[in-house]
Design a protein around this ligand. Structure first.
Ligand SMILES: Cc1cc2nc3c(=O)[nH]c(=O)nc-3n(C[C@H](O)[C@H](O)[C@H](O)COP(=O)(O)OP(=O)(O)OC[C@H]3O[C@@H](n4cnc5c(N)ncnc54)[C@H](O)[C@@H]3O)c2cc1C
Length: 609
């Protein structure tokens, strides 16, 4: 009798789940040339619906992977928010309009909306060009993490074993495969199988909130149908989000009586369908009319609690991301954003560890950074939900929610909801020193945008475009005014310091000359005027290529630029800023004590074997 042998394979990273979190992770790892596989139980990417809001910070992140232009082209931009409240005549009326985004340093001061399938398609095409495809109709059936301490400590080992089962292969062909992985990422959504295998608890409120969601192309006389509208009515609250191709998304928080079967106490999806949801939406929007022109394009009952996983990783070998580790209401538009930004935070750390450039302890900062963010998100969601779902302030309801209070809260938390203000606390990846050298930057926050002039050809460049999300740290050397002899001396001594054998630049090198092997990218930004500026005057370390030197001056048309130093709060003495591969400020050092960066990099970087 033939003995069936289960195929066995090895991979650096196995990702389970190809939603926004898994795809962001796979695309980032593929970009970093990491050997990655991604599987999903679905036979195809989702066609419609689910999440759709992308925050300003997430647009920046897309841009950093070279996929921002497509996102901007295919999505609808949301610039303005409108607030509706009960009117004296029993319906609703416009009480105010405000910018949808209140984050002054946002490069894109708006949100965009595109259905989740459209977001997934952007990743799928980007990954496909890098040779990575989602393996569909595939589920994991068992997961085992080695208990051997030596194996766990060895960065070259594959201590996680996952049995995969193909659901779509004909009878008689192998359906099972055992994958030995260095790392496994569980990005398998709110009901995560991976999380359950790891016995990780979801902590927080046990109660679930029920949202009705409708997508349509509307025929309506509601004047803010192309703005984000937060509608507070005596007949229920609704959130309207304008979408691509004239579409409209409507969220309604439902009451238990609408969806709970009193006999069982459980949600009964048969009790409410798209027609009933449309009636609920119409009640909230009265006296405005609402008619779908081509029917309801998608609808769902989205049942969600406010919970955070007690841990995001086991042994820093199996890590969970996205809805697998936090769930919350869709109102603040954070589900897909939080999930993709988990993966963005995690991917470069895994890439560095797989390359042997960083100690696996760097991975602990994934949980410390993203779990704190998730807890903050849940706290915000609870506060905002209470305001959103609370009864409006009226004569009969004196402790209701006042329209101004609601609008002010919406604006006050703009830094958080835009993703721009996300802050990572000190850790091996965030060195909290020398903040005063660049008071306009925040150590632990993303590097803000500004346009500098490329010295060699006077071409203006957005600095964020010089900080792509690859596996390299960017060293931004703000030299001060190089025509000042004192600054020249200071810069020359910094360069001499960086060239010593003990310097991180020389300690953490990888054999081979290709850019693939380079861990650092040095960008020089000088004070001064572009006219007569000679980029060749800088020591060669600061101009590895002619395109690496910039000057803080106004552009040729005289319309922007020239105040970057003051915007970043950098004085005439200059500074060196180490920006992490995910675009966050990791450390700042003075030019004359650049060796302070040695300690920063030594805390997680490894010398190549
Ligand atoms: C039905 C539904 C409706 C939603 N509606 C909204 C909404 O209206 N607004 C909003 O903001 N958010 C909504 N969400 C949430 C939003 O989609 C998520 O917040 C966001 O997609 C999180 O991304 P993620 O990658 O972490 O998880 P998901 O998008 O859930 O992706 C998880 C992926 O893992 C796969 N998977 C799951 N289990 C396994 C397994 N055992 N093996 C292999 N693959 C597996 C799934 O097929 C899926 O592709 C909805 C989610 C669902 C499920």
């Amino acid at each position: 009798m033939p003995v069936s042998v289960v195929p066995y394979s090895e991979v650096d990273v196995l990702i389970i789940g190809a939603g926004p979190a898994g795809l962001m992770c796979a695309n980032a790892l593929a970009n970093a040339r990491v050997n990655v596989r991604i599987v999903d139980k679905r036979a195809a990417k989702i066609a419609a619906g689910q999440a759709d809001g992308i925050s300003p910070r997430t647009i920046e992140v897309f841009q950093s992977y070279g996929i921002g232009e497509r996102l901007l082209k295919e999505s609808a931009q949301v610039h303005q928010a409108a607030f509706y409240n009960p009117s004296a005549s029993g319906g609703i009326e416009l009480t105010s309009r405000a910018p949808d985004v209140t984050a002054p340093s946002a490069r894109y001061p708006f949100e965009v909306a595109l259905h989740q399938g459209g977001i997934e398609a952007i990743f799928l095409d980007s990954m496909s060009a890098l040779g990575v495809e989602v393996e569909r109709s595939t589920i994991p059936t068992s997961l085992y993490i080695s208990k051997d301490e030596n194996e766990l400590a060895d960065p070259a080992s594959h201590p996680v074993r996952v049995a995969l089962q193909r659901l779509d292969v004909p009878e008689g062909q192998p359906q099972e495969e055992i994958v030995h992985a260095k790392f496994v990422v569980g990005a398998d959504g709110a009901h995560s199988w991976v999380r359950k295998q790891l016995d990780i608890a979801m902590e927080g409120e046990q109660s679930e909130f029920i949202w009705g969601v409708l997508d349509m192309v509307p025929d309506t006389n509601f004047p803010d149908v192309r703005n984000k509208s937060l509608v507070h009515s005596n007949h229920g609250s609704a959130l309207l989000v304008p979408r691509e191709q004239d579409r409209l998304r409507i969220y309604m928080q439902l009451e238990d009586k609408d969806v709970i079967d009193p006999a069982t106490g459980r949600v009964d999806k048969e009790r409410i369908g798209p027609e009933e949801l449309l009636r609920v939406a119409r009640r909230s929007l009265y006296p405005y009319s609402l008619n779908p022109t081509t029917g309801i394009l998608w609808w769902t009952l989205y049942i969600i609690g406010q919970r955070v996983a007690s841990r995001f990783s086991v042994e820093n070998r199996v890590l969970i991301a996205g809805d697998a580790c936090h769930t919350h209401s869709p109102k603040a538009g954070q589900g897909m954003n939080a999930s993709m930004n988990d993966a963005h935070n995690l991917a470069w750390k895994i890439a560095l560890v797989v390359r042997g450039w960083a100690d696996s302890s760097l991975l602990s900062t994934y949980e410390s950074e993203r779990r704190k963010y998730a807890l903050d998100l849940i706290a915000f969601d609870k506060m905002f939900s209470t305001l959103f779902s609370g009864k409006p302030l009226t004569e009969e309801n004196s402790d209701g929610v006042a329209p101004e209070h609601f609008m002010k809260t919406f604006q006050k938390f703009g830094g958080f909801t835009s993703g721009i203000g996300v802050h990572y606390d000190p850790s091996v990846a965030v060195l909290d020193r020398n903040q005063e050298l660049a008071s306009g930057l925040v150590i632990g926050e993303r590097f803000p945008p500004y346009k500098f002039i490329r010295a060699a050809d006077a071409w203006p460049f957005e600095i964020q475009d010089l900080l792509p999300s690859d596996f390299r740290f960017k060293l931004l050397v703000f030299t001060g005014d190089y025509s000042d002899p004192r600054q020249q001396a200071s810069v020359k001594s910094m360069v001499a310091n960086l060239q010593t054998p003990e310097s991180f630049l020389n300690r953490y090198t990888t054999p081979g000359k290709s850019s693939e092997n380079s861990r650092f990218d040095i960008i020089t930004i000088s004070k001064g005027r572009k006219d007569g500026f000679d980029f060749l005057q800088f020591p060669t370390l600061l101009r590895s290529h002619w395109s690496k030197v910039f000057v803080d001056d106004i552009d040729m048309s005289g319309s922007f630029g020239g105040t970057g130093y003051s915007y970043y709060g950098i004085g005439p003495e200059g500074a060196v800023v180490a920006v992490r591969p995910d675009g966050y400020v990791g450390a700042i050092a003075p030019l004359d004590h650049v060796e302070e960066l040695d300690a920063y990099f030594a805390s997680f970087m490894k010398i190549s074997a």
